[in-house]
Ligand binder design. Structure first.
Ligand SMILES: *Cc1c(COP(=O)(O)O)cnc(C)c1O
Length: 442
């Protein structure tokens, strides 16, 4: 190649100067992003049809988009009941309530999750206790959970984090042995399977989120609770509607039977989600085509661990989390934090929108360390501090990993992911530079 020729092609591009030092970014600025959610004419039409249909709250008599969504989601999960709620957090709280969790109870949750998993028990005046996670699946470690069980333990919330199912075999054994209610936090895992069965059908209750960034999005906020137990479904239905019993064909009686909230889903959100659900299987299939080859390419690079799939599971690929190990990359004495910080900076400069997801393990969140509660601190006041298992794995993951979110959910993400992979390869081509930066960054 003559020296006047401009570098073309990925092989040459990889050897080009790093974008952080003035080189050309591996991912061109115009080709960095894909929208999520994908909003089509069908989605717009569904939304306007719901608007014009006049049933703008879900407690109007007769079928609404909400009741249709409930029926379709129950069928999707292979369970008889689905109760739609205002969001995933209220679905979790409603599930805990419907299962009888309350003051004096402890609820085991993983030390690595979205904050809502830890807040939901507190909304019932129950106390979350935190178990460590598995280093490979990054979901609740059942052995760590087992160590937390006391006579106050009432429930356990396995989180299908990033879209990978938690080890529901071990959770089931633990729950059966100690009489615990199992609430799946499936907010990130629509469509994922464990041993051939869909998440949402694996515990006593499950909570999904339809928040706009999730794999099954609505145009805002929404939640879905699934269960096989008709009594749990009934309690959840009362709980989301002021404790009132709404009987089809009967006039609303305004009698509050139990302590309920207003956790109803808006029919406009349901109509949009129903329209998205029509395309869900196709989008899911596209992700199963585009994501594994991308991960396989990245996995070739030394010092990087890509998400893998447990042999008994399918992955919904909601979030792609990469762990970085400086020693495996040949950098003795470089800290994982320094390595991760350096990669964050260099990859973003190349046009890969990596980000941190969780900046601390859940039990280190201020709301829990300060024991912020209700009124004068209920349910913490006077109680002994809640046991929290040591969580070195969750801490390690927070320190040494970065994530990709949203863009890879788009059904046409294949080409973009190829570009991202090229950017990773380019950065890895400059490992000596990465190493000296990482030493300074720690
Ligand atoms: C998003 C999410 C929730 C909460 O869902 P919202 O609809 O945002 O309230 C709960 N748990 C996990 C793991 C989540 O990712």
């Amino acid at each position: 190649m003559s020296t006047t020729q401009r570098p073309t092609g990925t092989a040459v591009g990889r050897r080009a100067r790093l974008a952080a030092f003035g080189g050309t970014p591996a991912v061109p600025p115009g080709a960095r992003d894909l929208p999520w959610p994908v909003i089509t004419e069908e989605d717009r039409a569904a939304l306007f049809a719901a608007l014009d249909g006049g049933r703008l709250v879900s407690n109007t008599d007769g079928p609404t988009a909400v009741s249709e969504l409930e029926a379709r989601w129950a069928e999707f999960c292979g369970v008889p009941h689905c109760v739609a709620t205002s969001n995933g957090t209220t679905a979790l709280a409603t599930a805990l309530y419907a299962l009888g969790v309350g003051p004096g109870d402890e609820v085991i949750v993983p030390a690595l999750s979205f904050i809502a998993t830890g807040l939901a028990p507190l909304h019932l005046s129950a106390v979350p206790v935190f178990a460590d996670v598995d280093p490979v699946t990054m979901t609740l470690d059942p052995r760590s959970a087992a160590e937390l069980i006391t006579e106050r333990t009432a429930a356990i919330i396995p989180v299908h984090l990033h879209g990978h199912p938690a080890d529901m075999d071990a959770v089931g054994v633990l729950a059966a042995r100690h009489g615990l209610a199992v609430i799946e936090d499936a907010a990130q895992a629509h469509g994922a399977m464990w041993r051939g069965r869909p998440v949402g059908s694996l515990g006593d209750c499950a909570a999904f989120s339809l928040q706009v960034t999730k794999n099954l999005p609505t145009c805002g906020e929404g939640g879905l609770l699934t269960t096989s137990d008709p009594e749990v479904a009934e309690r959840a239905t009362l709980a989301r509607q002021f404790g009132e019993e709404m009987v089809p064909g009967r006039e609303r009686d305004y009698v509050s039977r139990i302590l309920g909230w207003n956790h109803k889903m808006n029919p406009l959100q349901a109509a949009f989600a129903l329209s998205q659900l029509d395309r869900f299987a196709a989008y899911e299939a596209a992700r199963q085509r585009t994501i594994p080859p991308f991960l396989a390419r990245i996995a070739e690079l030394p010092g990087i661990t890509v998400p893998t799939v447990h042999p008994g599971a399918t992955h919904a690929w909601h979030i792609l989390r990469f762990r970085f190990d400086p020693v495996a990359a040949g950098m003795d004495g470089v800290s994982p934090v320094g390595f991760r910080r350096t990669l964050h900076r260099l990859l973003r400069a190349e046009g890969v929108p990596v980000s941190r997801y969780q900046v601390m393990p859940l039990p280190e969140q201020k709301v829990f360390t300060d024991q912020a509660g209700i009124g004068r601190g209920h349910p913490w006041t006077g109680a002994p501090p809640p046991p929290s298992a040591p969580h070195p794995v969750a801490t390690g993951i927070v320190e040494d990993s970065l994530t990709l979110q949203r863009r890879h959910l788009h059904p046409a993400a294949g080409e973009l992911l190829e570009r991202y992979a090229t950017a990773f390869e380019k950065v890895w081509h400059h490992l000596p530079t990465v190493e000296s930066m990482a030493r300074a960054a720690a």
